[in-house]
Ligand binder design. Structure first.
Ligand code: GLA
Length: 344
């Protein structure tokens, strides 16, 4: 089928949820733009909204990349997610320097300084973009199921406890107002064990009146379980029962299921299998569409994906469109599974 005759993903899913892709500013013209605007109605920055890009130095903000994404989303009537205000990675060191320029240690004074910096940073960013952004990832990856209390021992946590999370959500709400939606985002959030820690944290935050609106489930998954389809459905329900929205925020389906295999070429059979995995996951999403407002893939097509370098350097083809930007079985798994070749 000619590309231009293909059904558009966003039309196929229009009764279900928004469908998005992570993008770089360089992908906003030419063939990538055409693919993006045909199939997707939501975007997020792959990198340029992260603190190390936005504020590499204290008092130096670089807005141009995010401004570009925002005007693109507006010109094309797309929703836009902001990812991410607070994270332990891709955050410049200056946040964590004490008043003498040394690495912060956990003291009351440093806690106050760090929380003040956080408030100033968030206020500056949110004031600029509050009328443009629909969904904010306020904090990213704060859970670590290997810790007895389930909290990642990041610098944020070591210095402020969970106050950085509370202050972050409160500040965004204060500056952006009641209508914008605020998310806590994490990976493996559908795996039993980790999701219970996430659930307990969010419940505690809600009990304390902290304005959390939803969970962002990154959904970087492999071609086989986990997560099981039952885990996916149960997780969506767990959080919906707290009156929270769910978004799938960074979906890709690696053709591998471990961090050691490495293929020189990826077989047809594997791509078909991937098509079925996408089909199965989207079946669960669509069945539970009332609990999900958006599904976002972490990239537009296989010509640009972080999975080429994570967890090791290897060929991987995790998205819905191939390196030539043509549809894959993964696309048909969502759009029309009858087009999928029989499973081997
Ligand atoms: C995590 C982050 C994303 C991105 C991916 C890898 O999932 O949340 O921002 O960095 O890793 O690209």
């Amino acid at each position: 089928m000619e590309q231009k005759e293909l059904p558009a993903l966003k039309d196929v899913l229009k009764e279900d949820f928004f469908i998005g892709a992570a993008v770089t500013p360089g992908q906003l013209d030419g063939v990538h733009r055409d693919l993006l605007t045909k199939h997707f109605n939501t975007i997020v920055a792959e990198n340029v909204m992260k603190p190390e890009w936005l504020a590499p130095e204290p008092d130096l903000f670089i807005w141009e990349h995010v401004d570009k994404l925002i005007s693109f989303s507006q010109n094309h009537h797309m929703k836009i997610r902001f990812h991410t205000l607070v994270w332990h990675n891709q955050t410049p060191d200056w946040f964590f320097k004490d008043k003498n320029g040394n690495e912060m240690t956990p003291t009351e004074e440093n806690k106050e300084l760090l929380l003040t910096r956080l408030k100033t940073y968030i206020t500056t960013v949110v004031e600029r973009y509050r009328d443009d952004i629909h969904y904010w990832d306020v904090v990213n990856e704060v859970i670590d199921p290997d810790q007895p209390n389930g909290m990642r021992q990041s610098k944020w946590y070591q210095i402020t406890g969970i106050d950085f999370i509370k202050v972050a959500f409160q500040t965004v709400r204060q500056v952006a107002g009641p209508d914008t939606k605020l998310y806590i985002n994490d990976f493996n959030s559908m795996r039993p064990g980790k999701r219970e820690f996430l659930f307990e944290l969010v419940k505690d935050l809600l009990d304390q009146g902290i304005p959390v609106d939803g969970i962002g489930h990154q959904m970087h998954v492999g071609i086989e379980e986990p997560p099981t389809l039952v885990d996916v459905e149960e997780t969506l329900k767990m959080f919906a029962d707290l009156d929270l929205d769910n978004q799938i925020t960074e979906m890709d389906v690696s053709v591998y299921n471990n961090s050691t295999d490495k293929y020189d070429t990826i077989s047809e059979d594997l791509l078909v299998k991937q098509g079925y995995r996408y089909r199965d996951l989207f079946d669960v999403f669509r069945k539970n569409k009332d609990m999900i407002s958006a599904v976002v893939t972490w990239g537009i097509a296989d010509d640009h994906t972080w999975k080429r370098h994570f967890p090791i350097d290897r060929l991987d083809l995790p998205l819905l469109f191939n390196e030539q930007l043509q549809v894959k079985d993964a696309f048909w798994g969502i759009v029309d599974p009858l087009q999928l070749p029989a499973k081997q």
